[in-house]
Design a protein around this ligand. Structure first.
Ligand code: PAF
Length: 304
């Protein structure tokens, strides 16, 4: 496995891989790797001759300095994780190498950055779009792999790549969950045992939202308020939002009459951690049973 800190050396290595005929798959991460990331790497390995994983805690996407400071970091463990999975190329630059003094250009995807997660995290999505655009410029990936767990991020990256004619396929990978339904996230380690017990309330709220749509609830506000109520009933959770939105542009539709195009989103703070989750509002015949949607993977699934 080759580990690059220097962006130019990383770019050249992937130029060579493509010149040699390999399809290059990029898995952008902020480290603290877990089975959710492993599923992205596995998908990339299945579809690409050469997989590159970037590990970079992007300061531009943290609106609160304390959140950046406490973001879990363990590069040695992350490199071991990649090596064990057979990843050939890792890019782990410093903040200075990625954003040298004088860099002022940012990417903003209008309409995506200021709603839902963006409302409580000003600048977050500009930071995501900017770093992802930069990673695409450096890696020149044929395909890039993103988890559905960060659905707003996925939608924004898709929009950016389409709008800027970026020659990269954006591949969405199912959310990986613990057996009790909690979506895997690097931030979950920051939950106390009691907070961890409370956290699956997000998944339960989504399940209730899906069931309501399946039962014929046609009003997005009613679905949202059902999900909000369940989260607000959990004493340790502070509701961020709950919404039923159009999966492509994340706007609230006038009705739930096209459930296949509908995405349910929830967010809450539990203890010091902001948790987000989402799921497709499947048609009744496709509705998942139990705590795991049919498009989701258990955390223990053999992946790589
Ligand atoms: O999802 C993440 O880990 C980050 O937002 C990403 C896409 C690596 C950009 O920093």
């Amino acid at each position: 496995m080759r580990v690059f800190e220097d962006p130019v050396a990383f770019r050249r290595a992937l130029d060579r891989a493509r010149a040699g005929g390999d399809r290059v798959g990029l898995v952008p991460t902020m480290g603290a790797l877990h089975p959710g990331h492993r599923s992205l790497m596995a998908r990339a390995a299945a579809e690409c001759g050469h997989v590159a994983v970037s590990i970079f805690v992007n300061p531009l996407q943290f609106d609160r300095p304390e959140d950046l400071a406490r973001y879990p970091r363990d590069l040695v463990a992350d490199l071991g994780y990649c090596e064990a999975l057979g990843v050939p190329t890792v890019f782990a630059p410093s903040a200075q190498a990625m954003f040298p003094a004088g860099a002022v250009t940012t990417v903003s995807v209008a309409g995506f950055g200021d709603r839902w997660e963006g409302r409580s995290r000003p600048g977050h999505f500009d930071g995501v779009a900017t770093v992802v655009a930069k990673l695409f410029c450096l890696a020149g990936p044929c395909a890039a792999y993103f988890g559905e767990k960060d659905f707003q991020q996925l939608a924004l990256v898709r929009r950016m790549a389409a709008d800027l004619s970026m020659p990269v396929e954006i591949v969405a990978c199912p959310t990986v969950r613990d057996p009790d339904g909690l979506a895997l996230s690097s931030r979950n380690v920051l939950l106390s045992p009691r907070e961890r017990e409370a956290a699956p309330v997000l998944r339960r709220a989504l399940d209730a939202g899906c069931a309501a749509v399946a039962d014929g609830e046609d009003r997005p506000e009613a679905v949202a308020s059902l999900m909000s109520g369940l989260i607000e009933a959990e004493p340790l959770a502070r509701l961020g939002y709950a919404a039923a939105v159009d999966a492509a542009d994340l706007a609230v539709p006038t009705s739930c009459s096209e459930p296949e195009a509908l995405r349910l989103l929830v967010a809450a703070e539990i203890g010091p951690v902001r948790l987000i989750d989402n799921c497709a509002a499947l048609r009744p015949s496709e509705l998942a049973v139990g705590s795991r949607g049919r498009h989701d993977l258990p955390a223990t699934a053999p992946a790589f």
